[in-house]
Design a protein around this ligand. Structure first.
Ligand SMILES: [Zn+2]
Length: 327
């Protein structure tokens, strides 16, 4: 076909040139998507263990979201206080007032907040009274090795503490339960078998608490149990309701020594001294030698600063703090 000027518009190209162009086009069409796919694979929003899998990113709606209260299987007992492990990103707006977050030093209670009831009684994490009082608390005991020595230490320093006993431990060492009461310490309920209450039915929660309650009373008839601490600190509206019906106040903590993480006495002491303040509730477990040694150190250091060590019930018997919205 001729143009207006009498020449063909289409320049003449060799067959070899046309073939090379075709090859370039084919190569580009194969490379570009693979580059994009490689970039997709390289995307990350955190350390490798926190990255979503390829399947999750390819099919985001098909991957199962973590259950609201699902604790990773490898978590130890009170591990949900670990900040990065359990806080789901969706929980941007905590269901507790922001003021409380500030009061608790913005520590991780995100897991608790997920299922935290918006009304009704709330757990107590601290109780500032203006009188330099601190509550030492020990979970999962009694322990035949540590608890008797801990009691002697506390008594020698004129300190009182609260022991959140576990039914299984009470069953194994009932004689120590009476020793705890006779030493002037308080006993709280920490369930019978240490389950995560937020995964249990109301009946099962009640049964766990009642069974342990009966074990404690059987071992120490003069014990008065007014408080309970849910295993892992996990609670929801059902847990709070059952606790209230059974006459328990739900007690959490404001200072976590993380003693079960095999931290050294120095590390734990440093944590406590840094975070100790009026009304602090300190979490330890009377099953570790380091917890015993830490107790010895903080009793000396904080006593020198004018703190007194009281049971949870004694702490709560002081005037209700204005600034804290735990209840
Ligand atoms: Zn526990």
């Amino acid at each position: 076909m001729k143009s207006f000027y009498g020449k063909s518009h289409r320049p003449k190209r060799s067959f070899a040139f046309q073939c090379s162009v075709l090859m370039w086009v084919l190569a580009a069409s194969a490379l570009l998507p693979s580059c994009a796919f490689a970039q997709f694979l390289a995307q990350s929003e955190g350390p490798p263990q926190h990255r979503p899998s390829v399947v999750q990113r390819l099919f985001p709606r098909r991957s199962r979201p973590p259950a609201r209260n699902e604790a990773p299987a490898q978590q130890h007992r009170e591990m949900q206080t670990s900040p990065k492990v359990v806080a789901p990103k969706k929980v941007v707006k905590p269901s507790v007032p922001q003021r409380r977050v500030r009061e608790t030093g913005a520590r991780d209670y995100s897991m608790r907040r997920v299922d935290a009831p918006t009304s009704g009684p709330r757990p107590i994490s601290q109780w500032p009274t203006g009188e330099k009082l601190i509550a030492l608390t020990y979970d999962d005991g009694p322990n035949p090795t540590i608890t008797p020595r801990l009691l002697k230490l506390l008594q020698s320093k004129g300190a009182r503490a609260t022991f959140f006993l576990l039914g299984e431990s009470v069953k194994a060492h009932p004689e120590i339960v009476k020793t705890i009461v006779d030493a002037g310490m308080e006993i709280g309920n920490h369930s019978d078998t240490h389950p995560q209450f937020t995964k249990l039915s109301e009946e099962k929660i009640r049964s766990e608490l009642q069974t342990n309650h009966d074990r404690i009373i059987s071992a120490a008839p003069n014990a008065t149990i007014r408080t309970m601490r849910p295993p892992y600190g996990a609670y929801n509206g059902t847990v709070m309701r059952v606790a209230e019906q059974m006459g328990y106040k739900v007690i959490l903590w404001s200072v976590d020594t993380n003693d079960w993480r095999k931290r050294t006495t120095e590390q734990m002491t440093q944590t406590v001294l840094k975070e100790a303040r009026d009304g602090a509730i300190i979490l330890m477990h009377d099953r570790y030698e380091t917890s015993l040694q830490t107790t010895a150190q903080i009793l000396d250091s904080l006593s020198a600063q004018g703190y007194r060590f009281v049971t949870i019930s004694e702490l709560l018997s002081h005037r209700r703090p204005q600034a804290v919205l735990d209840r």
